[in-house]
Write a protein that binds this ligand. Structure first.
Ligand code: BG6
Length: 511
């Protein structure tokens, strides 16, 4: 049947299992491995997307045996698996787990790893394919690939692939990101490097592409003629929890903006790619990053707002001030909130503000892209009791309840002409059920298949840091005024309201 004539709701067929490989996780005793990576692999195994010829090698400094590691994985799965595992699946996993204890800086660790991988390749017929996952501290991101290369563990041949997944944070400013790219490319080709951003593993983030490019009705209005402005909110109700040591050096801007939020902006604003080939998609994303109007340091101060939470009430519970969090300097000036106004200087978006905000200890956990359309050009209802027309909104809700709403005006029933705002609502779970995922499933799977579409290319990372560089510079040159400047459990500092109100806009609050 001609697909353009089909009315069916078609769901894509399930994928094929990935080919044979060994996954080597550096930092195997850490939180990321336990909470995300292993549960994600379990979900892939449940969906038959992992190869039978698979082994997983954990590398870390703790002096564990294979059995200790297996036990740790079993306990971790009990706590963090998104669905309980059958005994059969537990055993399937256990048979494939190995552990190597070693110092990431010592050459000897890598020669032992090489020997272990040779044995495992033979035992599991993994064909020499390797996925090295750097779930270690960022200080090791260049050291580990360099050491792997020295013992011949990164070289690809016609028959086998070797890929390295690099976690976030990828540098902490433009210079350090460039340096890390240089160091990685000394020992790996760009096609071997998979820079991960877990936002791209979220179903609803990927759905931005489906919404825009698999439907005929949105794209014609997706531009400056019809869109008034765009708001991107990534609000978290949690504070820094146990990550004070990292966060106090990083802050909200570095932690969320050049990575997660810029993924959301590029997917929302990019031109249709010529195909879904990795480079075609990433070429379009990087064009958006390069089209973001550069901020001078002066503009950076005008068009950004930084905040830090004081004590307050979150979800009915008392919440401490940031400066009282564990491992945080009691005089810290690290921002836990940032709002920004950006413009994209291209044909489609010129003059349209993109507002973004993100912060910790806010009212609720909400990730949302709100597209506000321009008002109807003139009011037909002038002589009725309708005194103004509200604009239309398209709301893409990414977290916690995933869905899409279209807000428009409708006549309120009755003898007089009155308008009310109504929402046309689509909730994912109503249509497709809700299957809890960690967000890492698709990313791990795509990496095994060798599809880098959902991973960051070197130029994307550098272009992102380039955009925020003037803000980092302006902020470090000026004292923030009166930190803490928002109460935990609020929507952030008042100045963030002014950032929009000076252009006649308001944040689209979520319920
Ligand atoms: C991480 C940040 O990358 O993303 C955290 O370091 C943040 O500070 C987290 O909490 C948010 O991810 P998610 O998936 O909970 O929105």
């Amino acid at each position: 049947m001609d697909s353009s004539q089909s009315d069916d709701t078609s769901v894509q067929s399930a994928g094929r299992p990935a080919g044979p490989c060994v996954i080597v996780i550096f930092g195997a005793s850490g939180d990321l491995t336990r909470r995300k990576l292993i549960p994600a692999l379990a979900n892939l195994a449940r969906e038959n997307l992992l190869p039978a010829s698979l082994a997983i090698v954990g590398v870390a400094t703790r002096p564990w045996s294979n059995d200790d590691f297996r036990e740790n994985v079993r306990a971790g799965l009990k706590e963090h698996a998104t669905e309980a595992l059958t005994d059969e699946l537990q055993n399937w996993f256990a048979e494939r787990l190995y552990y190597l204890s070693g110092d990431f800086k010592s050459a000897e660790t890598y020669s032992r790893l090489r020997q272990l991988l040779d044995e495992i390749d033979e035992r599991h017929q993994a064909a020499g394919n390797r996925l090295y996952y750097l779930a270690a501290a960022p200080g090791f991101f260049s050291e580990i690939p360099q050491q792997l290369q020295k013992v011949g563990l990164t070289q690809e041949t016609d028959d086998c692939w070797r890929r390295v997944v690099v976690e976030k944070p990828f540098g902490n400013d433009l210079e350090s990101a460039r340096e890390l790219n240089r160091q990685l490319r000394d020992v790996l080709t760009e096609s071997q490097i998979y820079r991960i951003d877990h936002y791209l593993g979220k179903e609803t983030v990927q759905n931005i592409l489906a919404l825009r490019f698999a439907n005929g009705i949105f794209e014609p209005v997706w531009n400056r003629r019809y869109v008034d402005h765009v708001q991107i909110t990534v609000a978290e109700s949690i504070g820094v929890e146990k990550r004070g040591r990292y966060y106090d050096k990083s802050g909200a801007l570095r932690d969320m903006v050049p990575n997660h939020i810029f993924q959301l902006i590029t997917l929302t604003a990019m031109e249709p790619p010529i195909s879904f080939d990795a480079d075609a998609v990433r070429d379009e994303q990087v064009k958006i990053l390069k089209a973001i109007q550069p901020l001078t340091e002066e503009r950076a101060l005008q068009d950004t707002v930084r905040g830090q939470y004081g004590e307050g009430i979150v979800g009915g519970e008392p919440a401490v001030a940031y400066r009282d969090e564990e491992h945080v300097d009691p005089q810290s000036e690290t921002p836990t909130y940032v709002a920004m106004k950006l413009f994209i200087d291209n044909w489609r978006w010129s003059g349209i503000p993109f507002y973004l905000r993100t912060g910790k200890s806010l009212t609720s956990r909400t990730t949302e892209i709100a597209v506000r359309f321009k008002r109807a050009p003139f009011s037909l209802f002038r002589d009725s009791s309708v005194d103004h027309l509200d604009p239309n909104w398209l709301l893409l809700r990414l977290q916690p309840d995933e869905g899409i709403s279209l807000r428009f005006g409708a006549k309120v029933p009755g003898a007089v002409m009155r308008l009310g705002n109504v929402d046309m609502d689509f909730n994912y779970k109503d249509y497709f059920g809700s299957k809890p995922q960690t967000g890492y499933e698709r990313l791990l799977y795509e990496c095994m298949l060798g599809d880098a579409t959902l991973f960051q290319r070197a130029d994307m990372v550098e272009a992102s840091w380039d955009v925020v560089a003037p803000v980092l510079a302006a902020w470090s040159a000026t004292e923030p005024d009166c930190f803490p400047n928002y109460a935990a459990g609020s929507w952030g500092p008042e100045k963030a309201e002014n950032l929009l109100s000076q252009s006649g806009h308001n944040w689209q609050q979520s319920d």
